[in-house]
Write a protein that binds this ligand. Structure first.
Ligand code: FAD
Ligand code: MLT
Ligand code: ZN
Length: 480
């Protein structure tokens, strides 16, 4: 396991859980929602990558907002630290305890509250799994505004708390745009009802935005109202190869110009990602096997006119081949081909963890410079590991993964602080979409000014004066 927390001491101001605490939780939640079983608690103590591991003794499974409120009110008065947990698919060590924090899992809060068929507004509890919400709204002729590889496990509350980006961002934008309302429980148990479903509401500060992307450090999200776009009848996916990175860039610009309003995804991955996916993912095959290319791009279009949309994509592909931007390409002819294309792209993180140790960086960098750091990193790491570059090129978001059999300080020294300094020099972001969590709490200054960090600390102190919510995460210890 990572030694990410090695430099952080347990804050002695927090109480240690005792049997009276457990009895109290049983009295408010019922015995079955207070989990002390070692095997079940152990699962909740470890993150998806198997990289971060806490030592919590208690997992709580509230079933209502009122129960979350009672838990927090009690923990606040007893000064018991807590970690809110959704699907536990986070990639920065934010969703698991560092020491003995009580885990509050939202898994039992998975009800759909309402769906407004006319305006496409879904209201649901925070523990709903994203894929289940997708199926629900698709049956009604709508889609979720976000999609990501972890859809089968991640919760909408977790998505909101990390401000997840994902595969539809290029078309439907950030959750700051599509989330219309939230219900949040504050550290002292106060229920903050901001669960409006209005598109426009300029009455004072729009407080819900504080909780979008705050990674459980300011409150527990319990309900969500989210705008869902109409499901359009025609969707096409193309899998293309490019010889060099400059061609990928030019292709992005050309796709924006030629495909315009129907462009719904533009994802890229380098050759190393494809090789890894072919090695570790079952049942996938490279649709362009003839010769290995340096880069691969997945383009999706979504529109309302099947023959027009297909013709548009075909013409774009032909032109890109003629102009030499694309070396080869194929358009999926059926759903199984389309899902094979998507499986390759979405499966890169799953394939990565099979190698052993993954040093994962999630950077926003201007597109022109975005691949430079992958090449620099490759020469820094040499034969100590394998470097992958992939991500949401249409959003200027690079995923830089460095893989090796085991975690080692020697490898980490090759990577950090170089990766953060380089990104900071480009005025990029050291977390485009995964958040800071435990991994990058102490690194925030690479992307935020001291004044901004101080203001964040003041907000944290105002909303959570005993600092019980997700300690050691998001903000540096020195400012709290
Ligand atoms: P968790 O992992 O449980 O928690 C994440 C953070 O949110 C933690 O800090 C936790 O304390 C907090 N939290 C969770 N629920 C609540 C709540 N109800 N109230 C307050 N705080 C809460 N991210 C992207 O942005 N784009 C991607 O394309 C993407 N793809 C992924 C693919 C895979 C295979 C995996 C494993 C992860 C991927 N992620 C991606 C990471 C992403 O952050 C998560 O998948 C997702 O948004 C987290 O949701 P979760 O329910 O699993 O939250
Ligand atoms: C992705 O885009 O695949 C994700 O953000 C997950 C990852 O980078 O591992
Ligand atoms: Zn991503």
């Amino acid at each position: 396991f990572s030694s990410a927390a090695a430099h952080i001491q347990r804050n002695p101001a927090y109480s240690v859980l005792n049997s009276d605490d457990v009895s109290y939780f049983k009295s408010i939640l019922g015995d079955s929602s207070v989990v002390q079983d070692q095997d079940r608690v152990a699962v909740a103590n470890v993150d998806w990558m198997g990289k971060y591991k806490g030592a919590s003794q208690l997992l709580l499974l509230p079933k209502s907002t009122d129960e979350v409120s009672k838990i927090l009110s009690y923990c606040n008065s007893r000064r018991l630290a807590v970690v809110p947990q959704g699907g536990n698919t986070g990639l920065v060590g934010g969703s698991v305890p560092v020491y003995d924090e009580v885990i509050i899992s939202l898994v039992g809060m998975n009800k759909i509250v309402n769906f407004d068929n006319v305006n496409g507004i879904l209201t649901c509890e925070a523990g709903c799994v994203l894929e289940n919400l997708s199926s629900f709204v698709e049956n009604k002729g709508f889609i979720m505004p976000l999609d990501l590889g972890a859809k089968g496990s991640c919760h909408i509350g977790g998505n909101i708390s990390t401000n997840a980006g994902g595969l539809r961002f290029i078309r439907y934008g950030s959750l700051h745009g599509s989330v219309l309302g939230l219900e949040v429980v504050l550290a002292n148990g106060t229920v903050l009802d901001m669960l409006t479903t209005l598109r426009k509401d300029n009455t004072g500060y729009d407080l819900k935005h504080l909780f979008i992307g705050s990674e459980g450090s300011l409150g527990v999200v319990t309900k969500v109202a989210i705008l869902t776009p109409a499901k359009l009848p025609s969707s096409n996916v193309a899998f293309l190869s490019c010889n060099d990175y400059i061609s990928c860039q030019k292709l992005l610009l050309a796709a924006r110009r030629s495909l315009g309003e129907i462009l719904s995804a533009f994802e890229f991955m380098d050759r190393h990602c494809i090789d890894l996916a072919m090695k570790y993912l079952e049942g996938v095959h490279n649709p362009l096997p003839v010769s290995p290319y340096n880069f691969y791009v997945l383009i999706e279009t979504t529109g309302s006119d099947e023959s027009y949309d297909k013709a548009k994509l075909e013409a774009f592909l032909l032109r890109s081949l003629e102009d030499g931007l694309v070396a080869d390409g194929v358009i999926a002819q059926d759903i199984s081909q389309a899902s094979n294309f998507w499986r390759i792209r979405e499966g890169i993180s799953e394939a990565s963890v099979k190698v052993g140790a993954v040093y994962k960086y999630d950077l926003s960098i201007p597109v022109e410079k975005l691949y430079d750091i992958v090449e620099e990193m490759r020469s820094r790491v040499g034969d100590m590991g394998e470097v992958l570059g992939y991500g949401h090129l249409g959003d200027g978001n690079l995923h830089l993964n460095i893989l090796s059999a085991k975690y080692s300080d020697r490898m980490l020294e090759r990577i950090e602080p170089f990766v953060y300094e380089w990104t900071s020099k480009q005025r990029g972001s050291i977390s485009a979409e995964h958040g800071l969590g435990l991994m990058k709490a102490e690194k925030i200054h690479y992307s935020k000014s001291p004044e901004a960090v101080q203001l964040m600390a003041s907000i944290k102190k105002l909303l959570d004066p005993n600092s019980i919510l997700n300690p050691y995460k998001v903000l540096p210890q020195s400012v709290l």
